[in-house]
Design a protein. Structure first.
Lengths: 326, 374
């Protein structure tokens, strides 16, 4: 059977199975286990309503538990074992990893990514959101800047491989250098340290649209009276922006910033496609992938380090969500 | 806010110009890729894509037939036209591979061993040699070739490089991985939004927490799990994995939307005797269409563009490569220098997401806002 056909069958079985499960389980609950008849209809209805939420939740909770909760524990457990997984070595993977040069470079680069990408993407996003706010063709401009969001990291990397190409007749960067009189083309991806920023800019290019959409909505939500009052009091456009608008959308800026930060810690595609982690550009996710299938102990240890880095954001998110529900 | 007092017209100009600048900056890389994907591979390496509407100076080689040599005094001379009857315009020429464009058209190039070569703009040449000419001498010349746009790259990549298989594989991964989580999440979201039970707050907090769990953690344990239950690396495995990874966002988005539905409708339906199941299927689900669409677009883009999950959960052989893996692991290695092929492959892989993006942008934006602004 061809995979596509298999896929269609899976959709039918999956969707049919889900609908069937929910329908039948509700039916059995209402008609067989707690029918609203017999001696005690009221009590039966109440009992059925106690059980029903768990019927609705069960498939989702099972999938979440298996695919996201169990791996946190499972990965940590696996990271305590050696390469082949048959010998317990405690924190051995972590100690060898921390003293590994490759890990230190990857960790340092990842910190650069975490600092630079969210800052730059939020900055450009805010800039575009503010500039297009009153433009007639603002929506078209926003839509075009938003477009890279639809492009895969691999596709985006290829797009930028053209820009960075080590040839003045292909790469835009080298064409510009050539125009200003540079004699030899330069492979920007091999310039130590700065090559990290060339890779980061690809992610900034993708994520600016995201920041822009959200910040633009936040700017629209600012009460107009505050702006009018400031203008009447003689504030110039820059003062209006920095002293009136930015403080009022600070909460949104923080949300955008943290969302992009989380994303940065997951993206391995760009480094993998552009340099394969060579020339000192490795980051934690790509460092992990270089051990995946080879040394699962080390790979899971790297994954757990990423988890530790993400943990503060996770706790902060949960606290925010709980505060809202009250 | 169009007519607020204090808006300055000079500033409006600056704003327009800087937005144009930013848009152009953001578009240029993609435009470059699109243009390059239609160009001939020799033209790509001969001139930048930004010069593609103009003629390209390309180098060619021609052989002069030694048999046509005649003796002229102490020299052996061959005359003729390098285009051999065709049309063309020589810009520069030369007689050695090491320096193929040593002289401009109309000049005489002095070659080694006292030989000389003259080529006119229309292709007429005179080749003189003091010794007898035994082998056909080569002439190198550059001429302006008109821009050459074609679908050749697309044809090559689709029909002789298995990109068509990769395209179908991507589609195969994407469709079930988009549809199935929606259904599972919708029921859970309804329970979390409109049903009262102990532990609801805790479950919502858990979903919010799981939103940011790094995917990397799941790879090793789940692959082991799939191997142990006999799924191994397969399409079934990747569908299940994508379903699991997509659920937190799906539940979160849908719950946030469903909570905002008017309480009156749901309560009056219940008063009229509707069960929770009926309320869900007949009222909440149809009303939640915008949120369902937002999530569907997210999940579609995410699964279509994914490289990591496909690398780990699908077998690594050419028959099951999805497009991202095909480009990153195969084409970039084997076709590394063939920019036309790479560009068309990239464009094939991003074409569908771009269409989805531009047609359903409204829902995407709404989903982003529901998912983040809180």
């Amino acid at each position: 059977m061809s995979p596509l056909l298999q896929g269609i069958v899976t959709v039918i079985i999956g969707v049919g199975g889900c609908v069937g499960y929910f329908f039948l389980s509700n039916l059995i609950l209402d008609k067989v286990i707690f029918p609203p008849r017999a001696d005690n209809p009221g009590r039966n209805i109440n009992r059925a309503n106690l059980v029903r939420p768990w019927l609705f939740l069960f498939p989702a909770m099972a999938a979440l538990g298996l695919y996201l909760v169990y791996p946190v524990v499972g990965s940590f457990y696996r990271s305590l074992f050696n390469r082949s997984g048959d010998q317990f070595i405690g924190f051995g993977n972590y100690t060898t990893m921390f003293s590994d040069d490759g890990f230190q470079i990857a960790f340092f680069n990842n910190m650069l990514w975490v600092l630079f990408v969210p800052a730059a993407a939020t900055f450009f996003g805010l800039l575009v959101a503010q500039l297009t706010d009153r433009l007639k063709w603002g929506n078209i401009a926003k839509s075009l800047i938003f477009m890279p969001m639809a492009i895969s990291f691999v596709g985006a990397s290829l797009i930028w491989k053209f820009v960075y190409a080590n040839n003045a007749d292909i790469g835009l960067i080298n064409a510009i250098r050539d125009f200003f009189g540079a004699s030899e083309p330069l492979d920007v991806l091999q310039v130590r340290f700065w090559n990290n920023f060339f890779l980061m800019f690809i992610l900034v290019w993708i994520q600016t649209g995201f920041a822009m959409v959200i910040l633009s909505a936040a700017l629209r939500g600012i009460p107009e009276e505050t702006i009018e009052a400031a203008i009447i009091d003689g504030a110039n456009p820059f003062q209006v922006f920095f002293k009136i608008k930015v403080p009022q959308i600070m909460g949104t800026i923080v949300v955008v910033w943290t969302t992009i930060t989380i994303l940065v810690l997951k993206v391995f595609d760009i480094v993998y496609t552009m340099t394969g982690g060579n020339f000192g550009t490795d980051i934690l996710p790509s460092y992990m992938m270089s051990y995946m299938f080879r040394d699962d102990g080390r790979a899971t240890a790297v994954a757990f380090v990423i988890m530790i880095v993400v943990l503060p954001v996770m706790i902060w998110n949960i606290r925010q969500a709980r505060a809202e529900m009250r | 806010m169009d007519n607020i007092a204090g808006t300055k017209s000079s500033l409006t100009w600056a704003v327009n110009l800087s937005v144009i600048f930013l848009v152009v900056l953001w578009l240029i890389p993609t435009v470059g890729l699109l243009v390059s994907s239609f160009r001939d591979r020799d033209q790509i390496s001969a001139s930048g894509w930004w010069l593609s509407p103009f003629a390209v100076e390309q180098n060619f080689q021609a052989k002069i037939p030694a048999g046509e040599a005649r003796q002229d005094g102490e020299f052996f001379v061959i005359e003729g036209n390098i285009f051999s009857g065709g049309e063309g315009e020589v810009i520069r020429f030369g007689g050695a591979r090491s320096n193929p464009t040593v002289a401009a058209a109309g000049e005489t190039a002095e070659l080694t061993r006292d030989r000389s070569l003259t080529v006119q703009e229309n292709g007429d040449f005179v080749y003189r040699s003091p010794a007898e000419i035994s082998r056909d001498p080569s002439v190198y010349y550059s001429t302006a070739t008109p821009p050459d746009f074609s679908l050749d790259n697309y044809q090559t990549i689709l029909f002789s490089n298995n990109m068509d298989i990769a395209f179908i594989n991507t589609l195969t991964v994407t469709i079930p991985a988009t549809i199935i989580p929606i259904l599972i999440a919708a029921f859970a979201a309804y329970a979390l939004a409109w049903m009262d039970f102990a532990g609801r707050g805790l479950l919502i907090a858990m979903v919010v927490g799981l939103l940011v769990v790094p995917l990397q953690l799941a790879l090793v344990p789940l692959l082991q799990f799939h191997n142990s239950i006999g799924i191994g690396q397969s399409f079934l495995g990747i569908w299940m994995a994508h379903t699991g990874f997509g659920l937190p966002l799906a539940i979160y988005l849908l719950r946030n939307y469903m909570v905002g539905l008017p309480r009156d409708i749901i309560e009056s339906a219940k008063v009229d005797g509707a069960t929770d199941f009926q309320v869900f299927t007949k009222i909440v689900l149809p009303l939640s269409f915008p949120a369902l669409a937002s999530f569907a677009i997210f999940q579609f883009l995410w699964t279509w563009n994914d490289l990591l999950v496909a690398k780990v959960f699908l077998p690594s052989n050419a028959e099951s490569w999805v497009m991202t893996v095909k480009i990153a692991d195969d084409l970039l290695g084997s076709r590394g220098g063939d920019w036309g092929i790479l560009a068309s492959a990239a464009f094939i892989s991003i074409a569908v997401p771009l269409v989805v993006f531009f047609t359903m942008q409204r829902y995407l934006v709404r989903g982003l806002l529901a998912g983040s602004v809180k």
